[in-house]
Write a protein that binds this ligand. Structure first.
Ligand code: DQA
Length: 148
């Protein structure tokens, strides 16, 4: 089995009640269940994490190095601000798919900038919880291609 880290950033623990008009009513526990079910169909074991702290997220990326084959990252607001997370991705050379529930490009201008995107394999945004399962499909395709 191939391990995949699914890492969630700040405020995503509040999904379900947080601005449901933007993020819907699905909780992070619901997303975890979806991701684990989809992951097992793809032959992935899922390590599902959430932190409100930038440094903890950096530590989780460092710890993932050499242990997981890829990362699905919803960095929340740190997407738009964190050079440290971007450097952690570059330093660990982990293949990362950036995900967002909402379409960040259709929202406020400050959300149009992602410090993660230039060091990610790609970005999936705007499909609600399905963004996560699409990201797993993208990682499966990428890893399959890598294995040749
Ligand atoms: C988000 C989008 C970010 O702009 C925001 O700060 C979040 C959630 C999303 O999943 O749509 O916290 O990453």
């Amino acid at each position: 089995m191939t391990a995949i880290l699914v890492l969630n950033g700040p405020n995503l623990n509040l999904l379900g009640t947080r601005q449901p008009e933007i993020y819907g009513t699905t909780t992070l526990a619901d997303i975890r269940a979806m991701v684990e079910a989809h992951g097992s169909r793809l032959g992935f074991t899922i390590e599902f994490e959430q932190s409100n702290h930038e440094g903890v997220m950096v530590d989780l990326l460092h710890a993932a190095r050499g242990r997981v084959a890829g990362v699905v990252l919803n960095a929340g607001a740190y997407t738009h601000s964190s050079v440290a997370l971007r450097d952690a991705i570059s330093s660990t050379e982990l293949p990362v798919v950036e995900v967002h529930l909402s379409n960040i490009h259709a929202r406020e201008a400050f959300r149009h900038v992602s410090h993660i995107a230039p060091v990610a394999l790609g970005q999936i945004a705007g499909f609600g919880p399905t963004s996560y399962t699409l990201a797993l499909d993208a990682l499966a395709a990428h890893l399959g291609r890598e294995r040749g």
